[in-house]
Each structure stands twice: as C-alpha cells, then as structure tokens.
Ligand binder design. Structure first.
Ligand code: AMP
Length: 442
C-alpha cells in the first residue's frame, strides 16, 4: 500500500468521550478540564489509536490533536500503571517528539492534566537548560517522555535514558521538525527504538517530505485529516489594514485600543524586527515581551509565562518561536509584518480562534507587502479586502484622567495620520484612584 492513501473510515458515531471507550479516570480528568465533546480529530484518531494502527494525521495545533494521541495512549498504558518506587517498573513506553521547547512543554502540560488520576509517570526534556534535573527524572523512571530530538539524543548518549521498551512513538508537528533540519536526529532516534511499535505522525501538511518520513517510520498507516492545510479556521475573523511601513506602530496601538483587545500575539518576520518592535513598544510604555530563537531559554519561558498570566498585553514573536504555542483564549493575532510563506500566515492566525473559540487576525500591510498579501489570498482562496483602521472608541471620562508623564489630551485618530495621544494611557491598566500614593523614595 502506498503510504497515506488509505483514509480512515468516517467515525461519526461517537459523540462523547465515554463513547470512545476511555477509562473513567481519564473521563474524570477531562471533565475537570471542562472538555464536553471530542473535537473532530479526537473522534477520528482515538478509536484508531486504540485499535493499534499507525496513523498519519493532518491536523494543526488548535484542533485538539494533543488529546487525540495522548488520551488513547494513556488508555493503552493503564495495564502498566503502578505505584512502585523502582525505576525498572517505569520504563519509557510512550515517546513524544516535538520540534520546539515550547511545544514540548505544552504537550507535557496536557499529558499531566489528562494523566492526573493515573499512576503513570511523565516528564519533558529539551535543550538550553541544565541537564541534571532532567537526568534525575529520567533515572527515577517515566512511562511517558516528551522530548525535543537533540536533547533526547544527549540523554540517550549518556545512557541516562533507555528506549528499548518504547511501544508508542508520536512525531508531533512533523512538518516543522523537517523544516528545522531534524531528519538526521530523527533517524538516529529511530535506531534506538524497537521496530515493533505503534507510530503516530501529526503534521499540518502532507507534502512529499512528510510522506517520505512516513515511509521510513510508519507501517501501513491510516490517514486522517481534519482541516486542509490551506484552510484558515472559520472561527477567525481576518482583517487587513493598508498602512505605511512607518505608521505600523501607531496602527497597532490604534487597533488594540479601538477594538479593546486584552491580549495579542504580534508577528514579525525576523528576530531583529521582533527585538526592535519590542523596544519601541516598551519605549511607549506598552507592556510587551519578545520571544524568538536567539533568546535564552529561561527568557523565553519567562516571557511566555508572563503573557499567559496576563502580565503583559503584547507578545512579539517570530514564526518559529510561536510555532505550536497554545495560549488559552488568545483573542487576537497581529501580523505586524506579513510572512513570506502563505502557510505561515495560516499557522500564525491559527494561534487564535482555537478549539471553536472566536478570534481576530489583523494584518498591517504596507505597499511593499501587497504581493505577499496576494499570495496569501490565493493560498487560502479568499479575498482579504483592506478596510480602514477602526476609529478609536469614544472615551468616557468622569474627570480628566492623569497618567504620570503623559498628560496630553486624547485626540480622535484619523486613518493614516500620526497620533498625538498618550499611547501608554491606552495600554496601561487603568489607575486605581482608591490606592494611596506610595511614600516618597520608594
Ligand atoms: P491542541 O490542538 O492539542 O494544541 O489543543 C488546542 C486547545 O484545545 C488546548 O487548549 C486544549 O486544552 C483544548 N482542547 C482539546 N480538546 C478539547 C475538547 N475536546 N474540548 C475543549 N477543548 C479542547
């Protein structure tokens, strides 16, 4: 059989997680997370994984794909769950490979919540941080290991982890792993695994490279597909504003204020542009952090954490750094610069409108980027007609608002004109008048 040509049968009958045959302890964990019904990829993949088939699943982050593989794998490992302290009783049985540290952490966080009522152990290992704590976890024994390829090979090389008992291999965001040059590492890892195992490959795209990877990694896989690679989620409202390059910062501020956006992920094409935008936002007193591949791991985690906790309003990111980020209820994505690849546009706007929630994707398009916009429109088969920037919402102020260092009056903005109003007044949380002023000198 040619790889990936056998489509899985339509399995629409299951409408609840209980219908899918999951254990009561897993169902209780899902209940605790507020999951009511399985998503389409979960409905399709869970029965197939339970039946033991290899899988090639085309699903983007945001479709619920993590649970689509994690839930049936936990179910299959229940017979091995034990509370013994002996590391020998906890060999690695499920190995999940992810392209980025952030995705690996996120996948592991999901595994921990789904697994919370079972005595199966799990951990996550990724590069850029001290190996020692990871070594301690691995030596104690874990049934589920989530890893980025390079760091996994480091641990395997120093014999801290043994992969001879792996029964389940998941390749998450396989397309991005190939884009990032992980193929040689993947092949090395494959050599450490038993050939008799179940393998699940998840990818946003199914191009020739992915099919080639599947040929060497999977056996007789079934193909499941939930969203075409060039389909942007229907739940995302896509808005385009034509803006001069020099006016983009003002436009960003105007959009966020007028639409009263609580948080947004803002994309630039390059690390340099991300740093520059981050600095300009900070200069204007706007709470923003920057995340990209040149940042130290701890800085990236701190930025992501701060953003998730709502400590900052904007997170400026490059495509690779933002890949796979799942920030619950992210209301808005801004393309400060359009990506060169239309596929990246689809990935970017997929950060919002997740698992059925509605989202907003705003693109600020300069004259120089019009060709990129045309490419995106062809790719997603949709016209993205530019609209004027939104007018600022009327400000109702009982008494004149005084923001330290910014006491210029608010002027209504006009599209394409520079603003004179205090930007930090727009983006800082409102001052709480009831609070006494801190004593001087503090
Ligand atoms: P993923 O595609 O795995 O990154 O999941 C995207 C988001 O959807 C995560 O925040 C999950 O917690 C959430 N999610 C996954 N499955 C469900 C479900 N069946 N119902 C509600 N939310 C879900």
């Amino acid at each position: 059989m040619e790889v990936g040509t056998e489509h899985a049968p339509a399995l629409e009958a299951a409408t609840t997680f209980a219908d899918l045959g999951l254990d009561a302890k897993i169902l209780a964990a899902l209940d605790g997370m507020g999951y009511k019904t399985p998503t389409p990829i979960q409905k399709q993949a869970i029965p197939l994984v339970l039946s033991g088939r290899d899988l090639m699943a085309q699903a983007q982050t945001g479709t619920g794909k993590t649970a689509a593989f994690a839930l049936p794998l936990l179910q299959k490992m229940i017979p091995h769950a034990n509370a013994s302290a002996s590391p020998a009783r906890h060999p690695v049985r499920a190995l999940v490979l992810a392209p980025t540290r952030e995705l690996a952490i996120q996948v592991h966080e999901s595994v921990v919540t789904y697994n919370k009522n079972l005595p199966l152990r799990s951990t996550v290992v990724f590069g850029g941080v001290d190996m020692k704590p990871q070594e301690a976890d691995l030596k104690a024994g874990v049934e589920i290991l989530v890893a980025t390829p390079g760091r996994l090979l480091d641990h395997a090389g120093s014999k801290v982890v043994h992969l001879a008992n792996v029964q389940f291999l998941v390749l998450d965001e396989a397309d991005r792993m190939l884009d990032m040059g992980f193929l040689p590492d993947l092949k090395r890892i494959l050599n450490l695994l038993p050939s008799k195992r179940q393998t699940l490959l998840f990818s946003a795209t199914f191009d020739d490279n992915i099919v080639g990877l599947a040929k060497s990694f999977l056996q007789n896989p079934l193909k499941v597909e939930v969203a075409r690679r060039n389909t942007a989620a229907e739940t995302v409202e896509q808005v385009v504003h034509k803006v001069k390059e020099d006016d983009k910062l003002d436009a960003l501020v105007q959009v966020i204020k007028a639409r009263d956006i609580s948080q947004a992920l803002v994309f630039t094409r390059t690390k340099i542009a991300a740093d520059k935008l981050g600095r300009r936002l900070l200069k204007r007193g706007i709470q923003a952090a920057t995340i990209h591949g040149d940042k130290a791991q701890l800085e990236r985690l701190a930025a992501l954490d701060g953003f998730k906790q709502g400590k900052m309003r904007l997170l400026v990111a490059t495509d690779i750094a933002a890949r796979g980020l799942d920030i619950v209820e992210l209301p808005c994505v801004v393309n400060f610069e359009l990506p060169y690849s239309p596929e990246d546009y689809v990935h970017r706007i997929g950060r919002t409108g997740r698992a059925g929630a509605s989202g907003l994707a705003v693109s600020l398009v300069s004259h120089e980027e019009e060709r990129l916009l045309a490419g995106i429109e062809r790719f997603i088969k949709r016209d993205l007609k530019p609209v004027p920037l939104p007018e600022p919402a009327p400000v109702h102020v009982a008494a004149p608002a005084v923001v330290p260092g910014n006491d210029a009056p608010m002027a209504p903005a006009r599209s394409g004109r520079r603003r004179a109003e205090p930007v930090c007044a727009l983006l800082m949380p409102p001052a709480r008048p009831a609070e006494p002023a801190p004593p001087s000198g503090q």
